[in-house]
Design a binder for this molecule. Structure first.
Ligand code: HEM
Length: 396
């Protein structure tokens, strides 16, 4: 028997957005790692190669000269989005400017207002005995925190959520339809940001956009265009990822009462549980790069120009990376998961994300300790690699 892994070119392309990959990704990627560590993708959301083994995912993330981020993903942008789509060495200029704005100290200063917001949202539904957690908590919390931080009007929240969803999960059937949909939505986002950034140029305020316009690194100031581009990325990164993470975590805890009981018995375990659930659920399941030269991974040839997508969720659940990778264990001593990516593009917002997740899990379980998925609801994770659960109907 030939036990060599199959090379991607011998395989039929597959959709990573079918219900098996969306709803049972840990199991689906486990099978794929064993047979086809580098697989071909094809659907309205995917094309190119998907990399599934932990060591190959790390190689891609840590080799930006071979796997470039330059315009790697089509999210309706007209210029590369800094810092995500800028390769080193220029990338570090943008991180030097933006890192201080998301430092642990800055984030700690936001905890009080975030907690007030979270308590208000939970108190509004706690007497009902049921809710769509996605709509009632997971969506508004990070979106309101982030709009306030950026200096965008919270009164326009529904409009911004619709714009962000229009980029991340447009209702389309083909890649061509997707390209057209994100271009049209992207134009609307640019129009909003153009207006707000130009307002701040005319009249600075105490918000992040004014901070960007004012900051300087190595004698460089950001241009108005660069500030608009950074905000475009933040708009997508800040509004969707924490929502997806909360959806995944509450779905898991609603369906695993014994794990939830551990948090009720010892709320100090929540930060550990967050890391373990980020690993197991990996809400941003894949990221994307473009090969700058002919290369190979796990014996699979990769041609220059190919879109290469490291599957973070597969790396995080790879047995070669972590003992008992299939078990969710809130007591792990080390947990070097890749849910926030790795290498130079590792998530800028990880401190903010962790604070928001912790505050929600603390305040939610203090008020609603016992809950479950409502009868008859068939939980569905969304398409497009970011794992939201729109139909997260729970009862308590
Ligand atoms: C639990 C929530 C979050 C998760 C799981 C997450 C995940 C990720 C991942 C996987 C990457 C790497 C992308 C790549 O390598 O191509 C990334 C980058 C990034 N994230 Fe997050 N993120 C989260 C929250 C946030 C928040 C709240 C912000 C708000 C500022 C943010 C801003 C960014 C930015 C700006 C980058 C690009 C960094 C760079 O290229 O240097 N993220 N994030």
């Amino acid at each position: 028997m030939n036990d060599e892994p199959k090379v991607a070119s011998e395989e039929q392309p597959r959709s990573f957005n079918n219900s098996y990959f969306r709803n049972h990704p840990q199991e689906a990627y486990k099978l794929l790692r064993q047979t086809t560590p580098v697989a071909r993708a094809e659907s309205a959301y995917d094309s190119g190669l998907v990399v599934t083994k932990h060591e190959d995912v790390l190689t891609v993330l840590r080799s930006p000269e071979v796997f470039s981020s330059d315009a790697a993903a089509d999210v309706g942008q007209i210029r590369p989005l800094p810092p995500l789509e800028i390769d080193p060495p220029e990338h570090s200029k943008y991180r030097k400017l933006t890192d201080p704005l998301f430092s642990p100290k800055r984030v700690a200063a936001l905890e009080g207002t975030t907690r007030e917001l979270v308590i208000g949202l939970i108190e509004a539904i706690v007497g009902n005995g049921k809710a769509n957690f996605h709509k009632a908590v997971a969506e508004p919390v990070p979106s309101i925190v982030f709009l306030q931080l950026l200096g965008l009007p919270v009164s326009r929240l529904p409009e911004f959520i619709e714009l962000k969803d229009g980029i991340i999960r447009p209702p389309v059937q083909t890649m061509a339809e997707r390209a057209e949909a994100v271009r049209a939505t992207g134009a609307k986002i640019y129009a909003v940001l153009d207006e707000v950034v130009k307002d701040r140029v005319a009249e600075p305020r105490d918000d992040m956009i004014s901070g960007f316009l004012d900051s300087e690194v190595d004698g460089h100031r950001l241009t108005v265009e660069e500030v608009i581009d950074i905000c475009y990325l933040f708009f997508l990164a800040g509004l969707d990822t924490v929502t997806a993470s909360l959806d995944c975590m509450i779905t898991f805890l609603a369906t695993h009462p014994e794990r939830r009981q551990e948090l009720l018995d010892d709320p100090a375990l929540i930060p550990n549980a967050i890391e373990e659930l980020l690993r197991w659920e990996t809400p941003v399941s894949r990221v994307v790069r473009i090969a700058t030269q002919d290369t190979e991974l796990s014996g699979c040839p990769i041609a220059k120009g190919t879109s290469v997508s490291p599957a973070l969720i597969s790396a995080n659940t790879d047995e070669s990376f972590m003992a008992r990778a299939d078990e969710v264990d809130f007591h792990r001593e080390t947990n070097k998961h890749l849910a926030f990516g790795g290498g130079v593009h590792r998530c800028l917002g990880s401190h903010l994300a962790r604070m928001e997740l912790r505050v929600v899990l603390e305040e939610w379980h203090a008020r609603v300790p016992h809950y479950q998925i409502a009868d008859g609801v068939d939980i569905q994770y969304s398409e497009g690699g970011l794992r939201q659960v729109d139909n997260l109907e729970i009862i308590w």
